[in-house]
Design a protein around this ligand. Structure first.
Ligand SMILES: [Ca+2]
Ligand SMILES: [Ca+2]
Ligand SMILES: [Ca+2]
Ligand SMILES: [Ca+2]
Length: 429
């Protein structure tokens, strides 16, 4: 019997559509709220809202079976295993280091009414339904709607998550409700056990990213500050405790990565904070860079033409990275480049110009000036007496082209010109 069970798990695993390896490519290099907004686009594109009932069994969607795939106590390839008995994995009743107080089999004992723990299970909205009026797709979003014991769900109610100072109620696995231990919030809070603090924090981080456009109006939930789309979404005390749970108390493990893949198969989007834990601090606690790069050196102005001069220099260095150079001509900024060479154009003939460049980093810290280098443009060649062929384009088959330039300063009648071809040295044709 056990062999059959393992076989079923493998087959359902093979059916999953995996999170594409390129899923987060467009977020690369971004930080702060620009990263948050980019992630909103990534996780919104393709997200297919499922019905509320499909959370329980998925009903054959895209090879996914809803909670059966995302929230089962099953073996993980690395990290901590619990009973691995295929029962419902309930964060409010699982005892990670011992026997569970009670268990649910998927699909049976759905609430229903409850009067004590173990009576029935239902769907717990980590962000309370009341804050978004039970609207879709939030109501059935499997990243933040988890199966849980009905009694504990009831005690959690719509309270914000946080660390409890003094508990007035404790579930059989140690989840607590009580007074806030966090300065900045004085109401009642709910604290899951350490094992699942990060799971729940990442679900909330996902929620404010996925619903960035509308979360401002969900501020009846005490963790949400009602700020605009491109801002925090959380009160300072709230993001502080979530980042602590996410980074320190309960970092991402293989069980959560497996769940994210199964959730992707269920509704075709992923939780970015599971795949890229570093995104959370990049968005809400970006490192401030106050250190300016070193100056560019060895600036040389050379190769003067009638109206251009070439510049080359040695790169500056930075604690993070030099991202660009401002180019100054006679003390006035004229251009910017990410390279260590630049051609200054649009210059007057027979004129001396002096140049400097300044290294900059992404935080707009500017280095001291490079050395100054001066050069004089050549005598005027900005006009000519006749047309000249400035470019030949070799296209496919019969597609060839000649570019003819007119720098004479006056109109030319092309009927006075002809173009002849010399074929293999056998004369003009
Ligand atoms: Ca268990
Ligand atoms: Ca257990
Ligand atoms: Ca965890
Ligand atoms: Ca820097």
């Amino acid at each position: 019997m056990k062999h059959i069970y393992i076989l079923v798990v493998l087959i359902s695993g093979l059916c999953y559509s995996q999170i594409p390896t390129t899923y987060y490519d467009s977020a690369e290099g971004l930080t702060g709220f620009a990263l948050k907004t980019k992630l909103k686009t990534i996780v919104s594109n393709g997200h297919q809202a499922r019905s509320y009932g499909q959370l329980y069994d998925g009903n054959g969607i895209n090879g996914s079976n809803g909670y059966i795939d995302t929230h089962s106590d099953k073996t993980v390839s690395s990290g901590k295993n619990y009973e691995s008995d295929g029962t419902l994995l309930d964060m409010y009743s699982e005892n990670p280091s011992g026997t569970d107080p009670y268990n649910y089999n998927h699909g049976s004992k759905k609430c229903g009414s409850q009067s004590s723990e173990g009576d029935c299970y239902n769907r717990e909205h980590l962000v309370p339904q009341s804050s978004f009026n039970s609207a879709f797709p939030m109501q059935s979003d499997i990243h933040h709607v988890i199966p849980s014991d009905g009694r504990v769900n009831n005690f959690r109610g719509s309270y914000p998550f946080g660390n409890v100072a003094s508990a007035n109620w404790t579930s059989q696995n140690g989840s607590k409700r009580g007074t806030s231990a966090m300065s900045g919030y004085s109401g009642t809070v709910f604290e899951p056990i350490d094992e699942f603090k990060g799971d729940i924090a990442r679900a909330l981080l996902y929620f404010v990213v996925r619903y960035e456009d509308t979360v401002k109006s969900y501020s009846s939930f005490a963790m949400f500050d009602g700020s605009n789309e491109n801002e925090n979404a959380f009160f300072p005390w709230a993001i502080d405790v979530l980042l602590d749970w996410h980074n320190n108390v309960d970092p991402v493990d293989q069980r959560e990565r497996d769940r994210n893949v199964a959730a992707y198969a269920f509704q075709n989007n992923a939780n970015p904070f599971v795949d890229h834990p570093e995104y959370a601090s990049l968005i809400w606690n970006p490192v401030t860079d106050n250190e300016a790069p070193t100056a560019a050196t060895n600036l040389i102005a050379s190769n003067p033409k009638g109206n251009s001069i070439d510049l080359n220099w040695t790169a500056g260095t930075d604690n993070i990275a030099v991202t660009s150079y401002d180019v100054y001509k006679n003390g006035v900024k004229t251009s910017s480049t990410s390279n260590t060479s630049f051609t200054v154009t649009g210059l007057a003939p027979n004129t001396e110009y002096c140049f400097t460049v300044f290294s900059k980093d992404a935080s707009q810290n500017i280095a001291p000036s490079s050395n100054e280098s001066c050069e004089t443009t050549l005598e005027g060649n900005s006009s000519s007496n006749d047309l000249f062929i400035s470019e030949y384009v070799e296209g496919y088959s019969y597609n060839k082209a000649l570019e003819i330039s007119n720098f004479t300063g006056s109109s030319i009648n092309l009927s006075n010109y002809s173009i002849a071809r010399d074929r293999d040295g056998s004369g003009v044709v």
